[in-house]
Design a protein. Structure first.
Length: 547
């Protein structure tokens, strides 16, 4: 927990980690007696009705499922694939794993067969917990997964051997389960990276990683505490299959004994998002940049009086001035941008309560984390304004243990005690970081190093643009030139590739940004390749150019 100091420098300089030798995520959340009568989960059902789950409800169900794991003879540290969206069963499944010493694997419920097979095979998962929809795919690959012995489905009734109904299994189990005494360094969860560069890698995270997240959650949400009257209520559209949904929202909220709203939507609906924020009096939300852009596109100018947000955090892609101003006008609060990645999350952040926010900046290092910029010769960059790779001292509790069964990639990720993110940024005179992009994304044009995010932010502020992705394409004279793939608001522009509109956007960027940073090539498109977490996959666009 962060001290409620009013000055960032004081907060950063006085912070000290307090990570015990023995620690378990379940013990720190649903097992706490002080929380048992509080509402842990407000779950929205398909018919619009809601059901409230107390911390005690979640604990008892997790106890029962942990007993079921023992009944199914799962080994300690056995991997359990959880292919569920936001729902009570997903949270219960993770808690049962933490309690019983098994390793949970959150898996996106919209993954295809190949994506599921790769992750279940790579992790050697012994058990899968899923719903009727994903069960079809699991059954399709079941015979090709030699380590998979059992399947638990949360809906439907099945007579096949080794397929169990979630509710019936819990009905037969005992309410009591003594949570295993785990070391804080013991493995708890494997989260597969989104694979924007290379194939998916399983980041193995220990139990202590939840404690490591707490300062990084408190910064963008301007402090949280369970010792005061519980008023904060969290929601995020980010799926719990990703670190942004699970460790940026659900588990940290439960660490503080705060309520979380859950909804298992098939896709993000900006209209429903506004309704949900108002209906459930949401105070705190993590909204990925793609969600914010869609909400802005749905409602660009109408001020809403029925929102009671206290904090909005966002990270993953730079937001840009236009989107930040929209947040203040429409959402009624400043958006605190932050930075992190699965292997070492929430290490840089803004906090509007204790530090001025700067346009385009992802903030300063989160207390407890040593963050530097490093050049290609592995030397630290001291001078402001120079690009370098973001590196984080590896001795932080938020860092991953290793990539699952991939020592080569692990050694390339952690070198001489520093975790290399592969992301580039620069710092200003005041120590604020400004995200430039991944090394593969940086555009080198006529000697200039151009980060795609800055160009995208500028183009996105144009009134006729819905979404945009920018890459560098080969050019004999300049080395590379900028190409922009734009989803226009007027879809007729996609059909006729409106030349006048392209020139208007080019002039707009020249005027607002710089003459060397305008897109010399523009292509209007209907959609853009994105990861399941809503990040643009620029690599796919570059590969298409090569083809």
């Amino acid at each position: 927990m962060l001290l409620r100091l009013k000055n960032y420098d004081d907060l950063y300089s006085t912070f000290e980690w307090q990570v015990p030798d023995y620690y378990n995520i379940a013990s720190d959340t649903v097992d706490k007696d002080a929380y048992k009568n509080r509402t842990a989960l407000i779950n929205i059902l398909d018919d619009g009705k809601t059901e409230n789950w107390s911390f005690l409800d979640i604990k008892i169900s997790a106890n029962k499922l942990a007993n079921a794991f023992d009944y199914l003879k799962l080994d300690i540290n056995a991997r359990v694939g959880i292919i569920l969206g936001q729902c009570p069963e997903a949270a219960i499944s993770h808690m049962a794993c933490f309690k019983s010493g098994r390793i949970s694997i959150p898996l996106f419920n919209l993954f295809g067969v190949d994506a599921l097979y790769y992750r279940l095979m790579n992790s050697k998962a012994s058990l899968v917990i899923c719903d009727q929809f994903t069960l079809i795919m699991v059954k399709e690959i079941y015979e090709k997964l030699p380590y998979l012995t059992s399947i638990i489905c949360i809906d439907g009734d099945y007579s096949e051997q080794n397929i169990f109904n979630f509710k019936k299994l819990l009905e037969k189990a005992s309410n009591f389960y003594e949570t295993k005494k785990t070391k804080s360094s013991d493995p708890a969860i494997i989260i597969y990276t989104s694979g924007t560069t290379g194939g998916p890698k399983g980041a193995l995270l220990p139990h202590r990683v939840l404690l490591g997240h707490i300062p990084g959650v408190e910064m963008p949400h301007e402090f949280l505490s369970s010792s005061e009257p519980v008023q904060d209520i969290f929601w995020t559209p980010a799926d719990w299959a990703w670190i942004g949904g699970l460790f940026d929202v659900l588990l940290p909220a439960w660490h503080f004994g705060l309520s979380v709203v859950s909804y298992r939507g098939k896709k993000f609906d900006p209209e429903f998002a506004f309704y949900l924020l108002s209906k459930f009096n949401i105070k705190n939300t993590f909204l990925p940049p793609t969600a914010l852009k869609m909400m802005k596109s749905y409602n660009s100018s109408k001020r809403l009086d029925n929102l009671n947000l206290r904090t909005v955090g966002s990270g993953g892609e730079a937001l840009g001035e236009d989107l930040l101003e929209w947040g203040k006008d429409i959402l009624g609060v400043g958006i605190n941008e932050f930075y992190g990645q699965t292997e070492c999350n929430l290490t840089i952040s803004n906090n509007g309560a204790i530090m001025p926010t700067k346009q385009g900046s992802i903030g300063k290092p989160v207390p407890g984390h040593l963050v530097r910029l490093m050049d290609k010769n592995n030397q630290f960059i001291i001078k402001p304004g120079y690009d370098g790779e973001i590196v984080v001292k590896y001795d932080t509790p938020v860092a991953f243990l290793k990539y699952w069964e991939n020592d080569i990639e692990t050694k390339q990720k952690v070198i001489d005690g520093w975790l290399h993110t592969g992301d580039y940024a620069y710092k200003d005179d005041d120590g604020y970081f400004y995200f430039k992009g991944r090394e593969d994304d940086i555009i080198n044009s006529s000697g200039y190093r151009i980060g795609p995010s800055e160009v995208e932010d500028c183009i996105l502020s144009h009134s006729e643009v819905d979404m945009v992705a920018v890459i560098g394409v080969p050019d004999k004279i300049r080395g590379q030139i900028i190409k922009a793939f734009i989803i226009p608001k007027d879809k007729n522009n996609v059909l006729d590739q409106n030349k006048k509109m392209k020139e208007t956007i080019q002039d707009f960027v020249k005027l607002k940004l710089a003459a060397h940073e305008y897109p010399r090539i523009i292509e209007f498109v209907n959609d853009l390749p994105m990861t399941t977490t809503g990040k643009i996959i620029r690599k796919t666009l570059r590969d298409e150019i090569k083809e």
